[in-house]
Design a binder for this molecule. Sequence first.
Ligand SMILES: O=C(O)CCC(=O)C(=O)O
Length: 361
Amino acid sequence: MSCVQGWPEPIIRVQSLSDSGLDRIPDRYVKPLTERPVVESVVMDEDDKVDIPMIDLAGLFSGDSEIIRATREKVGEACRVWGFFQAVNHGVHPDLMDQARQTWRDFFHQPMEEKQKHANDPKTYEGYGSRLGVEKGAVLDWSDYYFLHYLPSNLKDHTKWPAQPPHHREVVEEYLGEVVKLGQRLMKVFSSNLGLEEDYLQNAFGGEDNGACLRVNFYPKCPQPDLTLGLSSHSDPGGLTILLPDHDVPGLQVRRGDKWITVKPAQHAFIINIGDQIQVLSNATYKSVEHRVIVNPNIERLSLALFYNPRGELLIEPAKELISPENPAMYQPMTFNEYRLYIRLKGPRGKSQVESLKSPR
Ligand SMILES: O=C(O)CCC(=O)C(=O)O
């Protein structure tokens, strides 16, 4: 899918750097001053109390039309106002969430030779990786990751998933199946909240066999967390993201105006956010929102991001139903395969890509 042949420089695993006990991070992880996080001050101000909305999705399964309507409305408001929310009682079993997190933690704590068997390259990104983007000399993020395809089914290849630890593939397969079901439910809620047919977004994504991939982010301890980021500011290029955060270690920050809000993860909640493709399909009624990850000197962090996406070959454009002379289409059509080349080549760059797609008026 791309002309990229390989990484521009030898890959260094951030986990190995961290395990080596260094007390200063190498220069190539040091962010420019304007991108560095402000490490939490002791004084709490009003903004420290602000958090993304928390929504109990049990209402969606209640069978009571009034409760279903009220729950959908909460989701709609969170999508319009925040582009992000936490969800509890979402239908994925807490034990399965814990098992999925644990098996990935075990994966990252295996000997390096085992992990290296799955080392990835920038042609597909599938496997064990340590950088996004292929620009030589780029400043890198303080994280390693594992990326794999789940849907469409012709892209799923278990041989590209870790073979170890034992039962890893079964747990990951079951977990992804359940999270994708949650994604399907949310697509219906989003469609009707936007005033579209309930199946509109799912059909626009390619029907049942849409795209879905998993990136497991591993953020090792960092001796100078004020100089770097675990993941630089970006909006998600896909449709919607269902993130299983590390419930014990905050790190995700969401941009709100010129401030960064640190999300306080609730036990067994998912963090859900709108990606660029839903911004385009909704003609910016819903907007993807920049987010980034800060790192920690004392404790590692792990998160599982399920990206619920359109099939790569489909053209994505604003829904005709949402366009009128007063509200013309804001974006030109583009396939998701073309769209995601940008982040694959350049790495995370705020919201620059979706902004650049705006149609000239
Ligand atoms: O680790 C997190 O909390 C966020 C991860 C994320 O933004 C991503 O994988 O795109």
